[in-house]
Design a protein around this ligand. Structure first.
Ligand code: FES
Length: 125
């Protein structure tokens, strides 16, 4: 039984700078709340690979590759700086804005709704 979702104030919105995070406990779960580019994201501090503390990973970019079938030309460059959450255990990469794993289709970090109300960060869980 998951029970009824409740709203939890986790911090003042200005306690988290852009690109920073806080780790908090809600209903016995460890939740990491990130602020990035004016938005807030809340994920379970857990990695879909082997359960590592993904929410404590580095926010970084990723290598973006392209392949042109017509010309056979390949290209690779570094992009999305600050938007990629890199699990500290084995380096799985997740899109911070969606929770989606970059290399494994259908794998997504468990997430929770976040709202800012009267200057406070409210997570529903
Ligand atoms: S536990 Fe996260 S990459 Fe292995």
């Amino acid at each position: 039984m998951s029970g009824t979702a409740e709203r939890h104030v986790v911090a003042d919105a200005d306690e988290i700078d852009n690109g920073e995070r806080i780790v908090t406990q809600i209903k016995g779960r460890e939740i990491t709340v990130f602020r990035y580019d004016g938005d807030y994201y809340a994920y379970l501090n857990w990695c879909a690979h082997q359960g590592g503390p993904c929410g404590e990973g580095t926010l970084t970019g990723t290598s973006i590759a392209s392949y042109d079938r017509e010309t056979g030309e390949v290209d690779s460059y570094w992009g999305r700086e600050g938007e990629i959450l890199n699990c500290p255990w084995h380096g799985w990469e997740y899109d911070l804005t969606t929770g989606d794993c970059l290399s494994r289709t259908g794998v997504t970090l468990p997430s929770y709704p976040v709202e800012i109300e009267d200057g406070e960060i409210v997570v529903t869980l």
